[in-house]
Design a protein around this ligand. Structure first.
Ligand code: AMP
Ligand code: MG
Length: 532
């Protein structure tokens, strides 16, 4: 069986109060707290990949003990469950103490490779950090977290993982639309897995409370355990660590921009110190390309966390982390340097990402900055599905066309036929749209012709970064609708398809098409609230 370590508990200061009630917890990185037992836990889906990482036998995943442990009814020997104390900036404002209000860390599983994986139950009852919440999660939000974390991993995006999805056998009351009409929904628990769940907010809370000693301990702990390649005795270690957090965060956001992912709640308590996507709540996937789109109803007035805002928001969040580190660094230059590294890392990763998406051999600023800007406008002329557009772009054949022949290739008819699947309303693709799209397409094809590459080579490069299958909002919702009726087969099927998001899969066309019209305004398919 798995052996467990509990470094966070064993090496960091914890809360002396052992009783579980809501309170402000000072000078502590965590509070010991056990999951609340549930009526009838059953594992309705699991990731065999994640089980493999942890060294868990697949037979065990189907056992009664697995349901019991992953539902929070039983602890395995060696587990020391706790809830972490953290704060955070929510929607731009300091929100004070937040903490694991409905997440309970079970322990770090030690895989045979030596890699440690923290296991965390989300939705397993109240903790000292639950504030006014019930500490629970419903099936719909748990399906979304389970599927999306695994989908993101297979897309190559840094993310926390999900081992299991458990139905608790209990009902949870939620006012899904904040309209005063709460309903009962099935309760569920996801077991999340990551090397560490430490967030920017874990550091912020101590800086805001002037608990500098605890802050220093958490920083030292994080560097030693989560960044073991850094030398703790290097006089510049803090600076190097902060710079690395900045670079990792930049790379994560570039991946989001590549696949069309909108996190939805980029508060600093939802930013992982490892640069992994964490806390899947009201996230969404761009269908029609729109940088101003946010899936989060709570953000509908300001669009602070809209798709196109994510790079700037990540920078702002890093600035909050820099402020939190100030008491132990007390120098502006190293922190500023980290923030500048973010900008540089973002720029270069973004450029090479766009070059890959477009099938260019290498980014050339002189031509490609303008080309991508122009594309950004063209994609917004009419509602154009982002994922389908890039896959269709990779299907253009230039082998038979000389540069002089490009004008002849890019006719109205050809454009409409080639991109038909990506347009949500063909009747809106009018003269003006066609003409601007043609202008862009000609520049793009001329640019490609300078690279002198075969169609095969170019399309392989593009298909490796432009996913064919993403967790479209309505696809997640369809698997939720069925799961709420007791049919979990669609969750399993979606998980299977999303394991190979870049490769065509026979018979799976339904997962690669644009959102059907019925889903445009359906609850869960376009907008989501935080109330999950
Ligand atoms: P989130 O918006 O999910 O990142 O959560 C923000 C804060 O609210 C975190 O401290 C969560 O632990 C807490 N929280 C969210 N939902 C609940 C809930 N149902 N019960 C208790 N705490 C919650
Ligand atoms: Mg959160």
């Amino acid at each position: 069986m798995i052996s467990f370590d509990n470094r966070f508990v064993d090496q960091l200061p914890g809360d002396a109060e052992q009783r579980n009630f809501c309170r402000q917890v000072f000078g502590s990185c965590y509070s010991l707290v056990k999951p609340t037992p549930v009526l009838q836990p059953s594992v309705i889906a699991f990731s065999s990949d994640v089980a493999g990482l942890l060294g868990i036998e697949l037979d065990w995943m189907q056992s009664q003990q697995a349901a019991s442990v992953l539902g929070g009814n039983e602890l395995l020997p060696g587990m020391k469950p706790f809830a972490a104390c953290y704060g955070g900036h929510q929607f731009g404002n300091w929100a004070g103490q937040l903490g694991d209000g409905r997440a309970i860390n079970l322990g770090e599983a030690i895989a045979s490779s030596g890699q440690r994986w923290a296991m965390q139950l989300k939705g397993s009852g109240r903790t000292p950090y639950s504030r006014s919440g019930d500490g629970l999660a419903v099936l719909r939000s748990s399906v979304r977290e389970f599927l999306c974390s695994e989908a993101m991993h297979h897309l190559g995006v840094p993310t926390t993982r999900a081992l299991s999805l458990v139905l608790t056998g209990e009902q949870v009351t939620r006012d899904m639309f904040y309209d005063g009409r709460p309903r009962k929904e099935p309760g569920a628990i996801v077991c999340r897995v990551a090397p560490s769940f430490t967030r920017f907010g874990n550091f912020e809370i101590f800086a805001h409370r002037h608990e500098n000693e605890t802050l220093q301990m958490l920083v030292d702990f994080t560097i030693a355990n989560d960044f073991p390649h850094l030398d703790p005795n290097d006089p510049d270690v803090l600076q190097k660590w902060f710079a690395e957090v900045c670079v990792r965060t930049a790379e994560m956001v570039v991946h989001w921009m590549r696949v069309g992912f909108v996190h939805g709640v980029m508060n600093t308590d939802n930013m992982s110190i490892l640069g992994q996507t964490i806390d899947y709540g009201p996230y969404g996937w761009l269908e029609g390309y729109d940088p101003d789109w946010t899936p989060n109803t709570t953000d509908s007035a300001h669009h602070r966390y809209a798709f196109g805002q994510q790079p700037q928001v990540a920078h702002w969040n890093l600035l909050q982390l820099a402020n939190a580190l100030w008491p132990i660094i007390e120098q502006e230059a190293p922190l500023q340097e980290g923030l500048d590294r973010y900008l540089d890392a973002f720029k270069s990763a973004y450029q090479s990402m766009m070059a890959n998406k477009l099938g260019l051999r290498k980014w050339d600023d002189a031509s490609d900055a303008g080309l991508t800007q122009q594309l950004d406008s063209v994609l917004q002329l009419v509602e154009t599905d982002m994922s389908i557009f890039y896959r269709r772009l990779a299907r253009i054949s230039l082998d038979q066309v000389s540069p002089e022949g490009i004008d002849g290739l890019v006719t109205d008819d050809w454009l409409l036929r080639h991109f038909e699947d990506a347009y949500y309303d063909l009747s809106k693709v009018n003269r003006e749209v066609l003409s601007q799209t043609q202008d862009w397409m000609k520049s793009y094809l001329m640019r490609l012709s300078q690279d002198h590459r075969s169609d095969v080579e170019r399309s392989a490069q593009m298909d490796a970064v432009n996913p064919l299958y993403v967790l479209r909002n309505y696809i997640a919702q369809q698997s939720i609708d069925l799961a709420e009726q007791g049919d979990f087969s669609e969750i399993v099927r979606v998980l299977q398809v999303l394991k190979n998001p870049y490769q065509f899969q026979q018979g799976m066309d339904a997962y690669a098409i644009k959102r059907p019209e019925w889903a445009r305004h359906k609850a869960g398919c376009s907008m989501l609230s935080c109330s999950s």
